[in-house]
Design a protein around this ligand. Structure first.
Ligand code: MTE
Ligand code: MO
Length: 307
């Protein structure tokens, strides 16, 4: 059941952590149980090591990339209040038996929100540890019965200049677009998030519905989704369109493949403000530490070529 919290309740990570301790065992179960995941990937999702400190609520919600609201890290928190997230429609299109326009609540209601603590690593070299609420994307996609021609899944963000000041500038080609190969989209780690820290997703984090693909660079985790298409060909993506030499389609976190402007060998967790904004550098792990779960998806592929 989605965890509903009164708007009057101020969520800080301490409130959240206390609530989490109380819920203890109840939360542990959904982390390990994975009903309805694809046949090829029945493995359980590993709980994040206890030692991993969560990035604070303040950092997760004030240090953002959401270019539809500006390019500065603090712009989304400042400007995303103009985004209207209800009513919200999502169009399902392409190679599936069921397609059409759906109200968000009809889409998400059948799914039980589970908590998933994932590391998110931005290609810029910083990372966070975020307690998401959401459900496997696969569970939603299967309801539309994709056909055998559905080899990729394409996603689009809302692009409304009245709600999104950044869309009035041509920083990227709008709408923001991303894509996954169908097996990546169906992988049980791939999450559709509706919340974080036990409450609804703040606008700046991609309300009301965003993707979280923990083994890929942050930009693959597209926010405020209004369209999902099953397609036969590899779909264009916003970052690849704008800088094809810097951003490939796959964008798996890979310390061995450097970005022309930022090394991918190490990263720093976002931690606090001012001089303490970044913690010390730590090595970046292949597939962001999720290699045991996802490396097999890329067996036989040259990941320098398919970066
Ligand atoms: N629509 C949209 N989605 C987006 C982005 C964006 O600019 N627009 N930025 C991406 C990038 S670069 C990152 S690192 C993550 C950041 O997610 P967060 O702000 O919730 O941490 O969102 C991704 N999703
Ligand atoms: Mo990013």
């Amino acid at each position: 059941m989605p965890i509903r919290i009164r708007p009057s309740e101020i969520t800080s990570e301490s409130v959240y952590l206390r609530r989490r301790q109380l819920m203890g065992a109840a939360l542990a179960a959904p982390l390990l149980a994975l009903p309805g995941c694809s046949d090829a990937h029945q493995e359980a999702v590993p709980p994040t090591p206890q030692a991993e400190a969560l990035t604070s609520w303040a950092d997760v919600t004030n240090y953002n990339n959401f270019y539809e609201f500006g390019t500065a890290k603090t712009d989304p928190a400042k400007h995303a209040h103009t985004l209207v997230t209800r009513p919200w429609g999502v169009t399902i299109a392409g190679e599936a038996e069921v397609t059409g326009h759906f109200e968000l609540d009809d889409l998400i209601q059948p799914h039980q929100a589970q908590e998933r603590i994932y590391r998110l690593r931005c290609v810029e070299g910083w990372s966070m540890v975020i307690p998401w609420l959401g459900f496997p994307l696969a569970d939603l996609l299967k309801r539309f019965r994709p056909t055998s021609r559905a080899r990729f899944v394409a996603f689009e963000t809302l692009a409304d200049p009245r709600q999104m000041p950044g869309v009035r500038q041509r920083i990227l080609q709008w709408p923001y677009r991303e894509g996954l190969r169908i097996d990546e989209a169906m992988h049980p780690l791939t999450l559709l998030a509706t919340g974080l820290y036990g409450r609804e997703l703040p606008n700046q984090n991609g309300a009301p519905l965003r993707l979280v693909v923990p083994w890929k660079y942050g930009f693959k985790s597209i926010k405020s989704i209004v369209k999902i298409s099953f397609v036969e060909q590899m779909p264009p993506t916003s970052w690849n369109l704008s800088q094809p030499n810097e951003y490939g389609f796959y964008s798996n976190v890979n310390p061995a493949v450097r970005h022309p402007r930022w090394s991918q060998k190490t990263e720093r967790r976002i931690a606090g403000s001012g001089s303490k904004l970044f913690a010390e550098r730590i090595p970046t792990l292949p597939f962001n530490g999720y290699a045991d779960e996802v490396a097999s998806l890329y067996a036989g592929m040259d990941l320098r070529l398919w970066f």
